[in-house]
Write a protein that binds this ligand. Structure first.
Ligand code: PEP
Ligand code: MG
Length: 324
């Protein structure tokens, strides 16, 4: 018999009607990667690389970053690791970093900061590419707002690979490169991005905030900040359609991937790849196993054709009740 603490995500992980699903973990620290591995996650879907920076409130060297990233890779042997480049700014500030901004969430954050600090960007990419030598890694860029930004970021990756190779330093030479979808505009240009990016990773924490103009950290607008909103749901559905049309993998790594109502919705619109915090992995795995895809499609259709928050809330509450 299994003892408490020994429960694992089944492998393969299947929906109630036998469809294979992918459940990955978000990791902020090396220990998150370790627990994701021991719980049977299929990989790291989002490694938030800013945490080593925040802990020391400064910029670690390439070598220091390499050591941290290597440990993440080593803690998850044989599994893919999705590195995200630095996402400072917004609610994740280094006091030494950018100076005060009146609207940090609309300011100097994510890829904007790194494209302006190419030396830091290159240190980080080199560290990731070196740590990924002999492993399966991907790199995703936060807060991408245009094809131009994605191209510039990709050029930096290719340049870092060429530099490392010229220096004879072992590294991953062909990581998958993805776009984090966190801005409404990014959904509108998804078809163009899909021509050049290898995958989409939806950051609903930020996407919801920017779609609904409600700060994710401001309790006074907490009731306005919601995934179960007709605008948000329809935008997610359109984005997923683009990903399917263009053959690009798509996943969700925001906290909505832990909500039974949203999990059902995601499966219903064809997103079968979720990344959640290690502490939520087992709960989400149980929910996924209880959903049949045909049922999810029906429920998602219903959610997409519902116009009011009140009606959507009652649909969502009913689903949450079924899975509690
Ligand atoms: C998100 O925005 O949903 C996301 C996963 O990124 P973070 O929470 O780190 O901003
Ligand atoms: Mg985000």
């Amino acid at each position: 018999a299994r003892h408490p603490g020994e429960e694992k995500i089944p492998s393969p992980l299947l929906s109630a009607d036998g469809i294979p699903l992918t459940l990955l973990a978000n990791a902020n620290l090396v220990k998150d990667a370790r627990s994701a591995f021991s719980l049977g996650a299929q990989g790291i879907g989002l490694y938030r690389s800013e945490f080593p920076f925040l802990i020391r409130n400064g910029f670690p060297t390439e070598e220091e970053q390499y050591n941290v990233y290597l440990r993440v890779v080593e803690e998850t042997p044989g599994l893919p690791v999705g590195f995200r480049t630095l996402d400072l700014g917004g609610d994740k500030l280094l006091s030494s970093q950018v100076g005060r901004e009146d609207n940090p969430f609309l300011g100097y954050r994510g890829i904007r900061f790194l494209l302006d600090h190419r030396d830091l960007f290159r240190d980080q990419l080199r560290a990731m590419l070196r740590a990924g030598h002999g492993a399966e890694i991907s790199i995703q860029f936060p807060m991408i707002a245009s094809l131009d930004e994605f191209r510039t970021a990709r050029e930096e990756v290719l340049r870092s690979i060429a530099d490392l190779q010229a220096e004879g330093i072992p590294c991953h030479t062909a990581p998958q490169l993805g776009v984090m979808v966190e801005l409404p505009a990014t959904i509108e240009i998804a078809r163009d991005l899909a021509q050049e990016a290898d995958f989409f990773s939806i950051g609903t924490n930020d996407l919801i905030m920017y779609m609904l103009a409600a700060d994710r950290a401001n309790h006074r607008v907490a009731s306005l900040y919601r995934s179960v909103h007709p605008g948000v749901l329809r935008a997610l559905q359109r984005l997923t359609e683009v990903a399917h049309d263009t053959g690009r993998p798509i996943s969700v790594c925001g906290a909505t991937a832990e909500d039974p109502a949203m999990i059902l919705f995601y499966l219903g619109i064809g997103i079968t790849r979720l990344s959640v915090d290690a502490t939520s992995l087992l709960g989400v795995a149980r929910i996924l196993q209880g959903i049949s895809l045909s049922e999810a499609q029906e429920r998602a259709r219903r959610m997409l054709s519902t116009s009011t928050l009140a009606e959507l809330d009652s649909l969502a509450c009913a689903i949450r009740g079924e899975f509690s």
